[in-house]
Design a protein around this ligand. Sequence first.
Ligand code: KG4
Ligand code: ZN
Length: 370
Amino acid sequence: MGSPRYRMPMRILAIETSCDETAVAIVEDGRTVLSSAVASQAKHFEERGGVIPEDAARQQVGCMLPVLHQCLKEANVEPSSLDAVAVTKGPGLLGSLLVGTTTARAIATLWKKPLVGVHHTFGHLSSTWLLPRENPKSEGRNSKPFRTSTLDPRPSSLEPHFPVLTLSISGGHTDLWLRESHTKGTLLGRTRDDAAGEAFDKGAKLLGLPYPGGPALSKLAENGDKSAFEFPKPLHDDPSLAFSFSGLKTSLKYLLRDTPTANPRDVAASYEHAICLHLIDRLKRALERHSEIQEVHVVGGVSANRHLRALLPETCPGVTVRFPTEMHYCTDNAAMIASAAEFLIQERGEEAFESFETKASLPLEIAIMR
Ligand code: KG4
Ligand code: ZN
């Protein structure tokens, strides 16, 4: 066997286009973000009530090169100094994913760099390793650093420690992983119906709020009374670590039908609280069963939720709780894809560079965690 054709740590340029965003980032050693740019189409789709897949891909074709150039410029990096190109290979909207993977294949060939296909959710799982940027130039759609947290301030000297219990909550999935390393882990629980982000989005729709619903519902809930309305506790008597959100959404529908005079702020706060309590209930059960867990990480779009961020540390005392250090790293971004590529190469070596297919559906336990 010859020596590996790469050096570690790396400087990786990553592209992420799994849904309606066009994101490019350059990250060193899986942690240090040199630049991270996201062109979001949220406004475009807010006016249309949700994402239209073909439309998203068409928009991404237009955004891709400007975002790529902006990212290189802000990082002040020449393509020749990059060690690899990484890209989200799935799951997601196929047309959108193809815009990203086709661009990544083209620039990797042009710049003569190895190409790494990354699972989108594995990107989210890696996002807690990203360090906050000191003076971020490129503002993502939610890129204001989260400074009011009472949580671990994430000093750069303090690395996360495995085993890590990771709650991965977004618009497409809700998974609870017990991870012994970046790429080795066991799926402890998964949603049986809606994802946590979907529960927010569908709830927001019932409340007449714009897409994407999570941030809007959370904003409405800010001054509401979370104890005003009682919601059922999903799967309360079920000993598994599975999740279920569809019952909460149905309860909200009936509450709005039967109590039309209910204060929307109180309704939003009570509904948000119920979603958070269900997530926390599963986390606490997992912690009780696995005393080896060192840290709890919460990632994915819903990890931007301020109520969840406030509740979690007090409900999980004695264990380090980490969220992505910037709001920008919770929702879809390319920095997490670069970080994931670094750890994939670190733990899987040459396997990380194997050719890949772009796939709309791609279970993480088959793609990586095995
Ligand atoms: O990870 P993400 O950006 O995309 C997917 O991979 O799905 O997650 C998007 C989801 C959406 O459902 C959105 O409503 C939700 O994350 N979300 C939030 C918040 N910010 C985004 N949910 C609750 N509170 C928030 N602040
Ligand atoms: Zn995502």
